[in-house]
Design a protein around this ligand. Structure first.
Ligand code: UN1
Length: 497
């Protein structure tokens, strides 16, 4: 009998007000039913928000280093549970075990970073322009944060948001993707076991259109952090703009890897395989365009296709699998639609381009890793995010042209250059319009203690990771203390006679 899961609201595991549930199934074999999860409604969000404010009232008084201690315990518990969580994640999300282990590790790193930040929540003190007066800043929590996360990093991305939110003293209403509710549940269990007070974290399962919308539109959720599609992000931007909410958006990418003629080609080959087909291409940072210098174009492509054809598709829990399934039927259909678009546009299909079938694959959402060559700048397959295992290859003549093509898309998340020439490397670092540039590494591989995010249609100016994210989850208060005993007027009484 599959388990029926609950929300965590108002300090208890609660059935949804709707009484409705949905089935969560393994994308590698949909006959494997993981459990039934709540299809919550607006009333559940209402209760969660009210409870979170109660949690906030007490939590904001807890000294920040103490909050950090709890996050350290969160990291310890995640370390102990790492293998189990990774298996849970692969079963519900599909990516291979080595990747889900990395995903949990990113959560652990984020927890320990947050623990350290507990002793470093910095304001600053500067001299005032007037005598007998002090000028300084401090950071204050904001209230309740609504956190809405995608399926592709079921542990890492929620931790990027939840850990800094609670370290800063906020309470959280968390809605994980409907595709990965089990991993979201494991995370909340760990937070509670580590000592996060029950009303500081609320877990509300359900769809973006119902639960996500209710969180974003709730007048008492002043802070929203969302990772997902650019289309939904723009809608959230409108609502949050109208309601004066603080909003952090992390959205699409169309990340390019440039391989110059002086590159270490074997290294670049390993890089593109990992960048394009890791997580079955379902990363915002996935390498989805490959820009090959014409001098190495043909020979690189030949090797690439050979290697892509040898990637082994299969259940991510098996050590023999290199690439897991896609997340669901809609994702697979979307990828197939883009393959058709690319073919209509005249791109040359070198390998893949169809659903993978076979004894062990026919009950899962497997799509063959796909490579298109002869892709034209400005074509849809070159411009639009696929979020699947599809790589578009373009031929370029110069670094200038490569940088121009790299930049000529709506998005600006990640980028990569393979070259042995230091001047080329610095050109790319300076001129590529993206939030992240890798030199001699693929477009993926962000680390928890560095800022993560993009420019243009990828984001709205915020960063996750590093210390920058702590600014998003707190307000600055500026404090002036005048102990001179006299009225001193700034800008006016500043002249010494
Ligand atoms: C994403 O691409 O959706 O950079 C997030 C990486 C990960 C995070 C990626 N650490 O590969």
């Amino acid at each position: 009998m599959p388990k029926t899961f609950k929300n965590f609201i108002a300090g208890q595991w609660l059935a949804p007000s709707t009484g409705e549930y949905y089935e969560n199934r393994n994308p590698a074999d949909w006959r494997d039913l993981i459990g039934r999860f709540p299809k919550s409604g607006p009333a559940d969000v209402q209760l969660a928000v009210a409870s979170a404010w109660k949690g906030f009232a007490a939590w904001k008084k807890v000294p920040v280093p103490r909050r950090g201690d709890i996050l350290r315990r969160v990291g310890d518990l995640m370390t102990q549970a790492k293998e189990g969580i990774a298996r849970t994640m692969t079963r519900e999300m599909g990516k291979v075990l080595t990747e889900t282990r990395g995903d949990v590790q990113e959560g652990i790193d984020t927890a320990y970073y947050a623990a350290g930040e507990g002793r470093r929540r910095m304001g600053y003190t500067v001299p005032s322009e007037l005598p007998g007066k002090w000028a300084m800043t401090l950071r204050r929590p904001i209230g309740v944060a609504g956190i809405i996360t995608p399926f592709n990093f079921p542990m890492a991305i929620p931790t990027w948001k939840i850990f800094p939110a609670i370290l800063c003293g906020n309470a959280v209403v968390f809605k994980p993707s409907v595709d990965v509710p089990h991993t979201g549940t494991r995370l909340v269990e760990i937070l509670l076991a580590a000592g996060v007070p029950p009303e500081v974290i609320q877990l509300v399962h359900g769809s973006g259109s119902t639960v996500g919308t209710a969180i974003v539109a709730h007048p008492r959720v002043p802070l929203i952090s969302y990772t997902g599609s650019t289309e939904i992000g723009s809608q959230l931007g409108q609502v949050c703009g109208r309601m004066h909410k603080r909003l952090s958006l992390e959205m699409g990418g169309k990340n390019a890897m440039i391989v110059m003629d002086d590159a270490d080609l074997d290294l670049a080959l390993e890089g593109v395989l990992w960048g394009a087909f890791g997580t079955t291409g379902q990363r915002c940072t996935a390498t989805s365009r490959l820009l090959l210098h014409r001098a190495i174009h043909d020979r690189f492509l030949k090797k690439l296709v050979d290697r892509v054809e040898r990637l082994r598709l299969g259940d991510g829990l098996l050590p023999t699998s290199d690439v897991g399934p896609m997340i669901n039927e809609a994702a697979l259909a979307n990828t197939a639609a883009y393959v058709a678009i690319a073919q209509d546009e005249g791109a040359e299909l070198l390998t893949g381009g169809q659903r993978a079938r076979g004894a062990k694959l026919s009950h899962g959402w497997f799509y063959r890793p796909t490579v298109f060559a002869g892709v034209q700048p400005k074509s849809r397959i070159e411009q639009e995010e696929v979020f699947g295992p599809v790589l578009a290859v373009l031929k370029v003549r110069t670094l200038d042209e490569a940088i121009r093509v790299t930049n000529d898309v709506a998005f600006g998340l990640s980028s990569s250059l393979y070259s042995r020439d230091i001047a080329s490397a610095y050109r790319a670092i300076e001129d590529v319009d993206c939030g992240i540039t890798y030199v001699n590494a693929p477009t993926i591989g962000a680390e928890a203690h560095l800022p993560f995010g993009g420019v243009k249609a990828t984001g709205n100016g915020h960063r996750e990771g590093g210390w920058q994210v702590y600014d998003f989850y707190s307000e600055t208060k500026t404090v002036y203390v005048d102990y001179s005993g006299a009225l001193q007027r700034a800008q006016i009484d500043t002249q010494y006679q």
